[in-house]
Design a protein around this ligand. Structure first.
Ligand code: NAG
Ligand code: CU
Length: 278
């Protein structure tokens, strides 16, 4: 079933529901497809009216396309898995970061903030702590990974500004408390997936985070006037630090050059990002 986004927006405009409601999870793919095509349409339109950033060659037509796993063919899926395995056999750029080479499901990093039974915290993010990757899959946590939340984030109440959007996505809106799309994905994986540093060990993390980035990308495309804004936020784990500014450098700990936040907000900015989802 294809649901018209225009119809959803019209429904929202009535103010009756406050947030769009949809039947069940089965609608999520159809809605994502619809949001995807609206986002692409908006990007193409924006490109016609806004001059390209000076010195940038990046455009919708030549951008890299990050494709949905569900849309990959059999061979492409096998290639992806092979690439992940190749990465597992590649020496890490940060000495202790990464998987042990011999056994691909042996992980090392963290955990430092375990939330699940059986995960004992270690002293530092990078402490050498080889162990088997653990998952503890649960449906209980996936309640906010649904079509309703997706609509709320992209065209509903939570899409009205970046503060509402990020609070809804991160599950940090105060009332009523909930995990949000981001936390829901982590807690659905359970075990190592719930640790702020160790969760990246699990290849499923990358699919989850790519999807979060895709939802953010779609939100930006559908709300071009707000896409370059950031809100609230202090440095993670330092609640007393001043609110982040667009010119603040994002520390990638030696994996690449640190960049100011503003250079990384536009996926078509060419500074250096140049990608779309497809
Ligand atoms: C949509 O997001 C808003 C803003 O965060 C929130 O107050 C509201 O409860 C959400 N609606 C649904 C149905 O999740
Ligand atoms: Cu995460």
């Amino acid at each position: 079933m294809r649901i018209s986004l225009a119809a959803v927006i019209a429904l929202l405009a009535t103010g009756v529901t406050g947030a769009p409601t949809v039947d069940e999870g089965k609608d999520a793919d159809a809605i994502m497809d619809q949001i995807q095509s609206e986002a692409m349409g908006a990007l193409v339109k924006a490109e016609k009216s806004t001059p390209r950033r000076q010195g940038s060659e990046c455009s919708v037509g030549n951008a890299h396309i990050r494709r949905d796993w569900e849309k990959l063919g059999q061979q492409e899926k096998l290639d992806y898995i092979r690439a992940v395995q190749c990465l597992a056999d590649t020496p890490p750029k940060l000495t202790q970061y990464g998987w042990a080479n011999k056994n691909r499901l042996t992980i090392n990093l963290g955990p430092i903030t375990p939330r699940m039974d059986g995960l004992s915290p270690v002293g530092s993010i990078f402490e050498w702590n080889p162990r088997c990757l653990r998952r503890d899959l649960t449906m209980a946590a996936s309640r906010n990974l649904n079509a309703e939340n997706l609509l709320n984030l992209t065209v509903g109440h939570a899409s009205h500004n970046v503060q509402l959007f990020q609070d809804e996505l991160q599950g940090t809106r105060p009332d009523p408390p909930f995990l949000g799309m981001h936390g829901s994905g982590h807690f659905s994986m359970g075990a190592d997936g719930t640790d702020i540093y160790a969760s990246i060990n699990d290849p499923a993390f990358w699919l989850h985070h790519a999807m979060l980035d895709r939802v953010y990308w779609a939100w930006q495309a559908l709300h071009p006037a707000k896409k370059g804004k950031i809100a609230g936020g202090t440095v993670m784990r330092e609640p007393d630090s001043p609110p982040a500014e667009l010119s603040d450098l994002l520390d990638v700990m030696g994996l690449d050059n640190n960049k100011p936040i503003e250079d990384l907000l536009d996926t078509l900015g060419g500074t250096p990002l140049c990608y779309i989802y497809g």
